[in-house]
Design a protein around this ligand. Sequence first.
Ligand code: FE2
Length: 430
Amino acid sequence: MFDLLVRNANLPDGRTGIDIGVTGGWIAAIEPKLGGEAGHVIDASGRLVSPPFVDPHFHMDATLSLGIPRLNRSGTLLEGIALWGELKPLLTHEAVIGRALRYCDMAVSQGLLAIRSHVDVCDDRLLAVEALLEVKRLVKPYIELQLVAFPQDGFYRSANGEANLLRALDLGVDVVGGIPHFERTMTEGAASVRRLCEIAADRGLQVDLHCDETDDPMSRHIETLAAETVRAGLQDRVVGSHLTSMHSMNNYYVSKLIPLIAEARIHAVPNPLINITLQGRHDTYPKRRGMTRVPELMAAGINVAFGQDCCMDPWYSLGSADMLDVAHMAVHVGQMTSLAAMRQAYDAVTINSAKAMGIEDYGLEIGRTASFVVLQARDPIEAIRLRATRLTVVRAGKVIAQTQARESQLTLEGRPASLDASTYAPPLGG
Ligand code: FE2
């Protein structure tokens, strides 16, 4: 007797006709044609049932603040940072919590149930830190929220960057952040990488740096991060976020760099929506794409996960907590159009992201928490193509969100029709 039984699911790994039995919030069985009774049955009818979406890079202290106090006119990263600096003194505890909770509601509706958010520690009040720690407690029943102590104005460049980062960690922030390319000099950037890795090693924490988010091919802090990761024994516990300078580096240097990243077992987290938007702003034509070398990193065995980074904030006016939107953009910007590459793009917003965040209780396997999403699509590629509707979102065996299937009624003269967007997809071969 199961509490919940999902019938006839397609799984992201290609298995079809699978039933998932849930007992006490856990996956108790997963195989074709399970027998037995169930308190509640979801008929997936050959649709994709996926582990939840995971966003390994976000800024929840800034989200949904678009237009406060003004819009970003140049569209650059640097004006975004300046604009955030104007907004910071205006933040209130209640407003940060209110916007973050609204965003988390949006995330749940999109089947996004784990988020790593950076939180700016360069405000001596640590107002956003305290607000997001509160949000973390509030959403714990349905979203796993990790927080990164992020010195937005520079670990050394801002007056109290180091002291505030340590205070934030003392308050319970989970991960050590940094922004070496924004320090005053390359030397200070490298020094910040070394110090941040030492802090993480001392405290047994993970590291997640905004690293080389620039079009400058000489921004090579990822090289230092790889070396310091090995020196501090932090393999598997370090994320290099963005890594956009790698887009502009020369191929010879990259041929040395990628093996160093692989050796250090650093997770790479590009943010396709933001990288394609913010990078190349100083170019005339041709304009660089800016996203790091995703297929090459993946081919080297490096774990690559895609983040959303921003949603309606000083850096980006769009976004809807939809990790399929992120994967869709990555497929285009990275020219990841083979069937295998599109499936890898799906993994990059699900299992690879969970790995980058160090989430162990994840995935559709017996003994794992029963959290999953039923999509209006038959497989991961169709899900990306359609940015498929998330029909049912389940967290620990309980349905926490439902959305009506997208279906259009056409009233064309002589051609009345009912159209489910997914019905036009041809069967996909290997
Ligand atoms: Fe970011």
